[in-house]
Ligand binder design. Structure first.
Ligand code: NAP
Length: 248
């Protein structure tokens, strides 16, 4: 028996990296998968085909996570196309790293809008559907940086810390309606986001990891699968670290 048979999941930012691995894992486990992307149209098209090979329904939507009206439109399209929405994974995210001395207002606003406002946008838009169904699992991608801070990432760390506060508040507000809200805090995961870092920074991250390796997108996808499935029906308001023990 597959863990997500009969469920519909929406994964934001699934054209690459962690979101891509989550979409694949969910499809392997029998979920119908809706996903979003922004600029990687070709990769999204390829993913749609790849997911459908698992005998489930898959559809990619071009949707800017930072735009509230677009999120409302997205959720109503997903519910119309798939008939329900059981799992919402807020994964889309960006970095614009620099020391605060050099961080301008645009860099601050952009990262907060794509990483944090986006989570409000989709959760608020999906709420009516979850309440009507009397169930839902919300999974938000935060970061260990949102827990401990990081020099050169004040905007990113603030967005990820905000996600933790939001996740816990939603868990408190909606637990009585059987709607769960949890976050995943990855550590150093090898994707295009971390490819941008210089070798010295990468080595310092690796040195700080007790398991002595960078994480893979699949490591995070396994955690998302657990939170999406009925294996975690008594877990809400939590932040699960997938970081090889980095922040212990
Ligand atoms: P990634 O490889 O850079 O991929 C980012 C994804 O987000 C892409 O699919 C991209 O779509 C999408 N995206 C970006 N801006 C968007 C927007 N405005 N609207 C919709 N989609 C948008 O990133 P990743 O490493 O997989 O990270 C995924 C999540 O995990 C992020 O929230 C990140 O902060 C978090 N995280 C990552 C790490 C790590 O070490 N990698 C650690 C902790 C937390 P397009 O390609 O179509 O533009």
């Amino acid at each position: 028996m597959k863990l997500l048979s009969g469920k519909t999941a929406l994964v934001t930012g699934a054209s690459r990296g962690i979101g891509h691995a989550i979409a694949q894992k969910f499809a392997e486990q029998g979920a119908n998968v809706a996903f979003t992307y922004l600029s990687s149209a070709e990769k999204a098209e390829a993913l749609e085909k790849e997911l459908a090979q698992h005998g489930i329904t898959a559809k990619g939507y071009r949707s800017d996570a930072s735009d509230f009206a677009a999120a409302e439109q997205l959720i109503s399209s997903v519910v119309a196309d798939f008939g329900s929405l059981d799992v919402l994974v807020n994964n889309a995210g960006i970095t614009q790293d620099t020391l605060l001395m050099r961080m301008n207002e645009e860099m601050w606003d952009k990262v907060i809008d794509v990483n944090l406002k986006s989570v409000y946008n989709t959760v608020k838009s999906a709420l009516r559907t979850f309440l009507k169904q009397k169930s839902g699992s919300i999974i938000n991608l935060t970061s260990v940086v949102g827990i401990k801070g990081n020099a050169g990432q004040a905007n990113y760390a603030a967005s990820k810390a905000g996600i933790i506060g939001f996740t816990k508040s939603v868990a408190l507000e909606l637990g009585s309606r059987n709607i769960r809200s949890n976050a995943i805090a990855p550590g150093f995961i090898e994707t295009e986001m971390t490819d941008k870092l210089d070798e010295k920074t990468v080595q310092s991250w690796r040195d700080a990891i007790p398991l002595k390796r960078g994480g893979q997108p699949e490591d995070v996808a396994d955690c998302a699968l657990f939170l999406a499935s009925d294996l975690s029906t008594y877990i809400t308001g939590q932040v699960l670290q997938v970081d090889g023990g980095m922040l212990t």
